[in-house]
Design a protein. Structure first.
Length: 246
């Protein structure tokens, strides 16, 4: 990450105006659901939370009341949804100056990281105002695969808990959730083709299984945060549970 800063500080005004106008923020048409419906809402919601306090002699100055972002590669989901991939471009730049925060990225995934960076740069003044230094940031990941492995065979996790893990990954700018779903201990995946795998192989045939709708909702939750979900079904190893139930 490269950044430069000065002691010029702006008040960050939380209002409807700070939400980017999605039809005007890109040179490539209407922005996708990722930024229009999800990312900006999360950004504004977290902006209202308490930030790290800072002791500084503030003077009256400009206020940040507008965020503009440009996605060079476009972000139009009118025909097909955009999905994070192993080759996605996550680079971005942020410029905070003249009452405006400007974000530039090649793909939407860089814009998501830019939102996280901005939130990490916000402080709370002694008067309870959100303030941010004039600054320019250029950032890109060193490693394309940055993830966490969870295992739900030995210890079942409810989908809400997995969503919380996924949200934390996006805050830390990680991009992969490796989900080791099944093992010898249990088979919590509810298969429509082989239903006995979970009815006999899960810890509980109804309470401790993952339905297709739940998995789809979780994958979409992760997509909107730039996180890939890699689901692992081990084969041919660790197949004792499956062989007993078929």
């Amino acid at each position: 990450m490269k950044f430069s800063t000065t002691l010029l500080i702006f008040n960050l005004v939380i209002s409807h105006a700070i939400i980017p106008n999605t039809k005007e923020s890109s040179d490539h048409g209407v922005l996708c659901k990722i930024s229009e419906s999800e990312a900006t809402r999360r950004f504004v919601s977290r902006l209202k939370m308490k930030h790290i306090p800072i002791v500084y002699q503030f003077t009256d100055g400009c206020s940040i009341s507008r965020i503009v972002f440009n996605i060079s590669g476009g972000c139009n989901e009118e025909e097909n949804e955009l999905w994070p991939s192993a080759s996605m471009d996550e680079s971005y730049s942020v410029k905070i100056d003249n009452g405006t925060i400007s974000i530039h990225s090649e793909e939407i995934w860089g814009t998501l990281h830019a939102f996280e960076t901005i939130l990490q740069l916000v402080y709370r003044s002694e008067l309870g105002q959100n303030v941010i230094f004039q600054r320019k940031v250029e950032d890109s990941p060193r490693l394309p695969h940055r993830g966490v492995l969870i295992g739900t065979s030995k210890h079942y996790l409810r989908t809400e808990a997995i969503k919380n893990i996924t949200a934390a990954l996006s805050i830390m700018k990680m991009n992969v959730l490796h989900w080791h779903m099944t093992d010898d201990e249990s088979f919590p995946y509810s298969s429509t083709v082989y239903p006995e795998l979970s009815s006999k192989g899960a810890y509980h045939p109804r309470e401790y299984v993952y339905e297709r709708g739940e998995i789809g909702s979780l994958i979409e939750f992760a997509r909107l945060r730039g996180v890939r979900v890699i689901v692992e079904f081990d084969t041919p190893g660790e197949k004792m549970k499956r062989s007993r139930n078929l």
